[in-house]
Design a protein around this ligand. Sequence first.
Ligand code: ATP
Length: 219
Amino acid sequence: MNNIEHTKIPQATAKRLPLYYRFINNLYNQGKTRVSSKELSEAVKVDSATIRRDFSYFGALGKKGYGYNVDHLLTFFRETLSQDEVTKVTLIGVGNLGTAFLNYNFTKNNNTKIEIAFDTTPEKVETNIGGVPVYHINQLEEKIGEDISVAILTVPAQAAQPIADRLVKAGIQGILNFTPARITVREHVRVHHIDLSVELQALVYFLKHYPLYENNEAE
Ligand code: ATP
């Protein structure tokens, strides 16, 4: 089941992969060898029909009365999510949010690591936060290594686009944009946009207007 054409996996399914992976990994660590779609469904809060459909894209077909083989699933998720290789990340903008990310540094995912950070504030430049060296943004092109493929943007909104342009030129393939600015990049670069205040407002809106909304996932 490893020769999957990943472009055929719908994006909504792909987004659930890390969720499945985390749960399957826990089961594996507990010594479990199989899991039913019902168990999975309750744990990850995705309905079991969706789980069965998602898993069929991975070529994983559960057997009636048996469920899914944990070992097989884990191997598949590890390979698909590149758990065996570390993706190196840079962070731009060591403010409140950026500093929190540097200290957190995704230590629970052992496959992503912030290696280098950039800022403009002289007091922050040439420091080390959470084990990550911080350099002046003027040194971006000089310091960023070819092995860094992802950037986290936690700069003020007005700085986002010019920095994104420089990152793309420097060979970055993916940007996790925490600024409210909508940035445009060349086609082959992927931007995921996370606006925390919009997410919070959306949650409050849903609580007010859909108090009994059953599906946890507002898609
Ligand atoms: P946060 O928004 O993360 O809570 P903050 O309120 O401390 O942070 P912001 O003004 O949002 O500060 O700036 C975030 C960080 O981005 C700051 O540390 C600032 O020095 C840095 N910054 C501002 N402009 C640039 C730039 N052009 N390049 C790199 N870093 C920048």
